[in-house]
Each structure stands twice: as structure tokens, then as C-alpha cells.
Design a protein around this ligand. Structure first.
Ligand code: FES
Length: 216
């Protein structure tokens, strides 16, 4: 199943409270919705809980969210278990979610995953012994034009991956090196890999590669 993690025993904490700082964020999101519709804030609250609690959401946090939003606990659980962006078990410091949907697969996601598995000594669904990396697979991340794509901790995308450049990403994450997010082959945003073929003046002023005449 996409996004699944091999079961490793772990403890559920007995209590969860939002920090005072995060409580202000919680109130900010609830205030976006009309009175009586505060349950609509469930997704941002789950995200805040995950960020506060070391990148995973314990059951007590979901119960606390249900209490705050005055909604049945099962409804919070339903949302949290539906989306792969919510982690319901501990993850490594860098949770890498590899897209394996068709465009990424056609562009080599299987080889990228194999290269990472070899480099880290773990398989999809596992966490490295040093707690640095968890690898999972997910469905389309919405970055197909720059496939294959991996998402880190729900915040950063690394795109245009190859079995070679993904190792540089792994090493950079482990060493705390400042990495370029987005394309790892240097293309600008989602421009065609060959470079600009139209709007040439605008492309030049943006400093992007121009496709040579006759190569269209
Ligand atoms: S198929 Fe991989 S990002 Fe869409």
C-alpha cells in the first residue's frame, strides 16, 4: 500500500496539548470558517500537530483536535488516515516520499528508489538505523512535469531525479548542506528540458537556456 511503513513497535504518548504558540495558529485557522463549521479546520490542525510532535501525529493529538473542533474523534481519524501527508507513526528525521505513479515511473522512479535503497541500506517502508531517513512511496505529488519527484517532510520537492543526483540529495540532507529544491538538473521551474522555444526575449532576460535554431 502506498505510504505504508513496516510496523516497528512504538509508544503512543498519553497526553498532547498544542503549545501556546501553536494554539494561536490553531485559532487563526478556526477563525477562517463560519461559526459551527470549525471542523473545516481539521486538516491544518493535523498538520500543526504533526510539526509540533516530531513529524508524526499520536492518537491523543487527534483526540485533542476532535475536542477543540467539537467533532467526533472518528472523523478526525478518517481524515488523518486518508492522506499520506499525515504520519501516524514515528518517522526518520527526513521522511522521503517517492512518487511512483505513472509519469514518475516512466521517467525512472524505480531506479531512483533502488539507488536510495542501496545507499541507505533500507527498503521502502523502513527507517534507517540512525533514524535519519524513512522511505515511503506515494501517489502523484503533482510535480509530474519534472518527474521523477521525491517530497521531504511535506515541505520540499526534489525533482528531475536520477540514480546519481538523488544520492547527492541524500548526502546533502544528512550533512545539513544547503540544497537546491526543485529541479536537480538545473531547469527553470517546469520549462521543457530542451530550453525555451518561444518567448525568446523574455527567456533571455530570465537567463534561461534557449533552444538552438533547427533543433525544434
Ligand atoms: S506522477 Fe509523480 S508527481 Fe505526478
Amino acid at each position: 500500500m502506498a505510504g505504508s511503513v513496516h510496523k516497528v513497535p512504538f509508544d503512543q504518548p498519553k497526553e498532547f496539548k498544542f503549545s501556546p504558540e501553536n494554539m494561536k495558529l490553531v485559532e487563526h485557522h478556526i477563525a477562517k470558517y463560519p461559526k459551527g463549521r470549525q471542523a473545516s479546520a481539521v486538516m491544518p490542525l493535523l498538520d500543526i500537530a504533526q510539526r509540533q510532535h516530531d513529524n508524526w501525529i499520536p492518537e491523543v493529538a487527534m483526540e485533542e483536535i476532535a475536542r477543540i473542533l467539537d467533532m467526533p474523534r472518528i472523523k478526525v481519524f478518517e481524515v488523518a488516515t486518508f492522506y499520506t501527508m499525515y504520519n501516524l507513526e514515528p518517522r526518520g528525521k527526513h521522511h522521503l516520499q517517492f512518487c511512483t505513479t505513472t509519469p514518475c515511473w516512466l521517467r525512472g522512479s524505480a531506479d531512483v528508489i533502488k539507488a536510495c535503497e542501496r545507499h541507505l541500506g533500507i527498503k521502502l517502508g523502513e527507517t534507517s538505523a540512525d533514524g535519519e531517513f524513512t522511505m515511503t512511496d506515494v501517489e502523484c505529488l503533482g510535480g509530474c512535469v519534472n518527474a521523477p519527484v521525491v517530497q521531504r517532510n511535506g515541505d520540499e520537492f526534489y525533482e528531475d531525479l536520477t540514480p546519481e543526483n538523488v544520492i547527492a540529495v541524500l548526502d546533502g540532507l544528512k550533512n545539513g548542506t544547503k540544497l537546491t529544491v526543485g529541479s536537480q538538473t538545473g531547469r527553470k521551474t517546469s520549462m521543457g528540458q530542451a530550453g525555451a522555444t518561444s518567448l525568446i526575449d523574455q527567456a533571455k532576460s530570465a537567463g534561461v537556456k534557449i533552444l538552438e535554431e533547427g533543433k525544434k
